[in-house]
Ligand binder design. Structure first.
Ligand SMILES: CCC/C=C/C=C/C(=O)SCCNC(=O)CCNC(=O)[C@H](O)C(C)(C)COP(=O)(O)OP(=O)(O)OC[C@H]1O[C@@H](n2cnc3c(N)ncnc32)[C@H](O)[C@@H]1OP(=O)(O)O
Length: 315
């Protein structure tokens, strides 16, 4: 049965390779193209993009003189960056780090918030002030959610402080690493607000404990890398920033070497399943795999597994 299946797959693969020409040359060209693409293709003021490995994009927060605090421009650029990477065929996995700044991020830019206060002071009507806030909060929520909406897996690499909006940001990522000197703080209650761009929704699911999540969100207690590791917020802790980023890039490279159809379908379904019943999740993956199992990736990967060859290079 299995033999028949593999023969059928081999036939399909042969047909595909005839119809598409020499796949390996195409893939090689793609890999070369992808290596030099991110830095030249993307031009953001608050983010720095590079391509350390083929199909791996490294996004660095880039406001080192303000401890990577989120000003309005950074909120906007983060949203643009991840929605563009979602559609970028040269990107298959993403590493998100704090770059050269002293901290991963100091959270929302408090100077920016003061400016907003001045802007609000010029508006008299409460309904119009509220409308301004609605637009702003939605913009900021969408910025964070863009990591989750992006089909390409995002690995967040956190060093030293990750405060307020930083926790919102990393809980929307797929995998989190941190350095031993990292610490985290859901700081919002300390600045007189309920967190409103994702932490309250995502943190309990990420760590799997309502009790601990509520304790952290209600008290703004700082917690260190050992606790973050023990509760599952991060999956690995590293002695230095360099080692962490190196390992994050290695993980991204491993993911980027697998079938993009399989990887992106996996992320899409795991995100969907977070807030749907098991049956709804199963229904969604069935609909998706009706198409995806007809992909050349499936054929090539099954053949490689069966013949114990190296995993194929995917176009
Ligand atoms: C609709 C809204 C949705 C989003 C909501 C998000 C909410 C949040 O993010 S709540 C959290 C807000 N952030 C904070 O309260 C953090 C405040 N900063 C600190 O606690 C410390 O700076 C920190 C522990 C992060 C780092 O301490 P360190 O000793 O290493 O540095 P400092 O000497 O304190 O700071 C150096 C300069 O950076 C400026 N700075 C620090 N944080 C911010 C910030 N969040 N926004 C703007 N600027 C910040 C600080 O004032 C120093 O500036 P200067 O004196 O000019 O050198």
């Amino acid at each position: 049965m299995m033999k028949n299946c593999v023969t059928a797959l081999q036939k399909s693969a042969k047909m595909l390779s005839h119809s598409t020409g020499p796949v390996s040359a195409i893939v090689k060209n793609q890999a070369v193209r992808s290596l030099c693409s991110a830095a030249s293709k993307y031009n953001f003021e608050t983010l720095k993009l590079s391509t350390p490995q083929p199909f791996v994009v490294h996004v660095e927060l880039n406001r080192p003189d303000r401890l990577n605090a989120f000003n309005k421009r950074m909120w906007i650029e983060l949203g643009q960056c991840f929605s563009q990477l979602h559609d970028d065929p040269d990107c298959r996995a993403i590493v998100l780090s704090g770059g050269s700044a002293k901290h991963f991020t100091a959270g929302i830019d408090l100077m920016d918030m003061m400016k907003l206060g001045q802007q609000l002071g010029e508006i008299e009507d409460i309904g119009r002030k509220a409308r301004l806030f609605e637009g702003l909060i939605k913009l900021y929520q969408d910025s964070i959610s863009s990591l989750e909406r992006c089909y390409k897996p995002v690995i967040a690499a956190v060093h030293t402080a990750c405060v307020g909006a930083g926790v919102d940001l990393i809980t929307a990522a797929d995998v989190r690493y941190c350095t031993r000197d990292a610490w985290f703080q859901v700081k919002e209650v300390d600045i007189g607000m309920a967190a409103d761009v994702g932490t309250l929704q995502r943190l309990p699911k990420v760590i799997g404990s309502q009790s601990l999540a509520r304790e952290l969100c209600l008290t703004a207690r700082k917690f260190k890398s050992d606790e973050a590791h023990a509760c599952g917020l991060v999956s690995s802790v590293f002695d230095s920033r360099e080692e962490m980023v190196k390992k994050a890039i290695e993980l991204a490279t491993q993911i980027a070497g697998k079938s993009p159809i399989a990887v992106q379908g996996t992320k899409k379904n795991m995100v969907y399943s977070l807030d749907h019943t098991n049956q709804e999740g199963l229904d969604q993956i069935r609909e998706m795999n009706m198409a995806n199992l007809q992909s050349e990736d499936f054929i090539n990967a099954v053949m490689a597994q069966q013949s114990k060859d190296e995993m194929p290079v995917f176009s």
